[in-house]
Design a protein around this ligand. Structure first.
Ligand SMILES: [Zn+2]
Length: 470
């Protein structure tokens, strides 16, 4: 393990200011930003910031790390059928969970992220081991982690609207109470915010969760001061399902049961009404926009410009690598901002590169209730920082650095990254783990594959097509 100086000073580095950019020195002491100004004394180790851009680290605000094992091979299907295929071919073991968590962390870090929200799929019967394994991987890499164990208490077929037909569903294999006990035990064992390791309550969404599960999560969140996470209205099918299940929109229902709030982040939010949008604004909930996943699964285009105009906090996620099929945060930020230009003729509403950077950093930590501590280059905040190499071919010739970073196709541009002042990337390489060994293990535990046939998709497809009018 490389020893990182408790104190260091980044010299002559470019940072964005309110209107333009400035060359400054940045002193870091005990994991925090101690001073930002030109020509500071060097405290601790000097780091050459010349021809580099310093930004606060981004948040990969929604992903599912173990989906890495199926990226590239998933059929071209909408979410409900795609999920059936995903689970048919997900014979995970803890070793795979470990490696894909490492891989997710590394790809996030190398694309500007310093925090990751992992809506972690649990291995049935080994739930706590799954959580422990992801926690171990993230601690080894040193990324700030928000492990959100993905829980549900209804079986997968319940996630498809019934339509005209009466549908019955198998009961879920584990009781609601047992599921909540697992989460509480995970909180006791692993929730250590001061060490950069956080557990979230994270029912997968209204489509597969009862009110009892949501209520149990709210109770745990209040008791242990945990952030709340969930998928929300990712697909048209979920919009229909909410009406069948509650007789109102999913957002109105979540408000009624008290799940929304300033520490609640909601992935997708594609199919919301204008009233729903106002509810998210009122409750100060955060929307996590996952544009690549929404395009890949044909879920729709989330009305992000409307959210921003209504005052809803929006940030970006990669979503799991099976619906993306990468963990490149810069790619998600680019597509997630320019995609919306086609939804509104008024270009004054469009997202600028600088706004996109703020959404990815400050917007991300707001949704995790950490805006006081992280998310901007501010004296007193924790040093979760990323240094970009402005001499990289993909960032040349020299124009607007943030414009190049967001609108270009930056590759291998992260020179250094720190989490809590601890250096994780040096000279473009993650130094906390052996990435070559990780590559070798990912290679060894997988095979070139092309076609597979999902039994569950075959069973569900006819009903899905009927109910969706296809
Ligand atoms: Zn997701």
């Amino acid at each position: 393990m490389v020893q990182t100086p408790a104190k260091f000073t980044i010299q002559n580095v470019l940072i964005p200011t309110d209107h333009v950019y400035a060359f400054v020195d940045v002193q870091i002491v005990d994991g925090k930003i101690a001073a930002i100004a030109p020509h500071l004394n060097v405290i601790g180790t000097a780091i050459d910031g010349r021809n580099k851009l310093l930004l606060p680290g981004f948040v990969n605000a929604h992903t599912h790390s173990s989906e890495m094992w199926q990226r590239g091979i998933m059929s071209v299907l909408p979410l409900e059928l795609w999920l059936a295929e995903l689970y048919d071919f997900a014979p995970l073991d803890v070793e795979k969970v470990y490696l894909s968590a490492l891989g997710t962390a590394v790809e996030t870090l190398l694309s500007g992220g310093t925090s990751v929200v992992d809506h972690l799929v649990l291995i049935p019967g080994q739930e706590l081991e799954t959580i422990a394994t992801a926690v171990r991987a993230y601690r080894e890499v040193g990324i700030r982690a928000f492990v959100a164990p993905l829980i549900q208490d209804e079986s997968i077929t319940a996630g498809i609207p019934s339509g005209e037909s009466a549908q019955t569903h198998e009961p879920y294999f584990r009781s609601t109470a047992a599921t909540l006990e697992i989460i509480e035990e995970a909180v006791r064992q692993f929730h250590r915010p001061d060490e950069g390791m956080n557990i979230l309550v994270a029912p997968t969404g209204i489509q597969l969760c009862t009110d009892a599960l949501f209520a149990g999560c709210i109770e745990l969140s209040d008791r242990y001061n945990l952030c709340r996470h969930s998928h929300l209205l990712e697909t048209k099918a979920q919009e229909k399902l909410a009406q069948e299940k509650y007789g109102c929109t999913a957002v109105a229902h979540l408000k009624r049961i008290g799940y929304l709030g300033d520490r609640t982040s909601l992935a997708h939010c594609v199919w919301l009404t204008d009233t729903d949008i106002n509810i998210l604004a009122e409750t100060q909930s955060t929307v996590v926009h996952n544009p690549l996943s929404n395009l890949r699964l044909g879920s729709g285009i989330a009305p992000i410009l409307k959210y921003r105009q209504a005052g809803v906090n929006v940030t970006f996620g990669c979503d799991g690598a099976s619906s993306n099929d990468s963990q490149d945060l810069l790619e998600a930020i680019k597509i997630g901002s320019i995609l919306h230009n086609v939804t509104d003729l008024d270009y004054q509403h469009w997202i600028t590169p600088k706004q996109a950077v703020e959404m990815a950093s400050l917007g991300g930590v707001k949704g995790l209730n950490l805006a006081e501590e992280l998310g901007s280059l501010t004296v007193g905040k924790k040093a979760d920082l990323v240094l970009y190499d402005l001499t990289n071919l993909s960032l040349l010739p020299r124009t607007d650095p943030i414009g190049l970073l967001v609108l270009g196709r930056p590759s291998h541009v992260v020179n250094s990254a720190w989490v809590n002042g601890k250096q994780i990337i040096t000279d473009g390489k993650v130094i906390t783990i052996n990435v070559d060994q990780l590559r070798q293990e990912l290679f060894n535990l997988s095979q070139w594959e092309t076609k597979r046939k999902s039994q569950t998709v075959a069973q569900l497809e006819l009903h899905y097509r009927q109910v969706m009018g296809l």
